[in-house]
Design a protein around this ligand. Structure first.
Ligand code: GTP
Ligand code: MG
Length: 195
């Protein structure tokens, strides 16, 4: 899919039922600092559309982007950011959960996971939560430029093996690097199948 236009629509703390007019919506979720905003910029070919930071907790609101005047891409706050108060963490969690549970326009979500790590409990718990609420998602490994292809494969296989224990079929997996602009075309092609 070619990106001809990509514009920031608005930010909101409250998950809106749907933007007006409603259009197919795709959300990016994952731990703080995993690279959500960077991947969105890489996908859309815009350097600074979504604000990024080396410090976790940059994205604190639900940010909506309108792409090709046809679909929305949503940048959500990250979960599991240790350096904020529990109250704020709970609020982020609630924002993310409400958004994913009560959004009729949401087609599917992309759960981003840092490819450098072996499976982390916080991600596994989030995967189980998505499954228990039947929220469709695929998994995107990020920052693959930081390690060898073999190590990325190893960490992906480890996650798939754990998921196999409780999941009948596994979601689609993508491997990406926002810095090297890799893996984005596959995600855009996947999105194009839904719109
Ligand atoms: P929050 O908004 O805090 O939840 O974070 P985020 O998930 O949006 O992460 P963000 O895109 O702001 O990136 C966090 C840090 O990781 C920044 O320092 C980025 O430059 C870096 N980063 C993101 N993607 C990549 C990547 O593909 N490769 C490398 N090497 N660094 C990356
Ligand atoms: Mg962000």
């Amino acid at each position: 899919m070619q990106i001809s236009t990509a514009t920031f629509v608005n930010s909101s703390v409250q998950p809106k039922k749907a933007l007006n007019p409603p259009k197919p919506t795709f959300a990016f979720i994952g731990r703080s600092n995993v690279g959500k905003s960077s991947l969105i910029n890489s996908l859309l070919g815009r350097k600074k559309l979504a604000k990024t930071s080396s410090k976790p907790g940059k994205t604190q609101l639900i940010n909506y982007f309108l792409v090709n005047k046809a679909w929305y891409l949503v940048d959500l706050p990250g979960y599991g950011w240790a350096k904020v108060s529990k109250a704020k963490r709970d609020q982020f969690q609630k924002t993310i959960a409400n958004y994913l549970l009560y959004n009729p326009s949401l087609v599917t979500s992309f759960l981003l996971i840092d490819s450098r790590h072996t499976p982390q409990n916080i991600d596994l718990e989030f995967i189980q939560w998505l499954g228990s609420h039947q929220i469709p998602f695929s998994i995107v490994f990020t920052k693959t430029d930081k390690l060898s292809k073999r190590q990325v494969e190893k960490n992906q296989t480890a996650l798939q093996q754990i998921m196999h224990k409780t999941w009948e079929s596994l979601p689609v997996f993508f491997q990406t690097s926002a810095i090297k602009h890799q893996g984005g075309d596959e995600i855009l092609t996947y999105i194009a199948n839904y719109i």
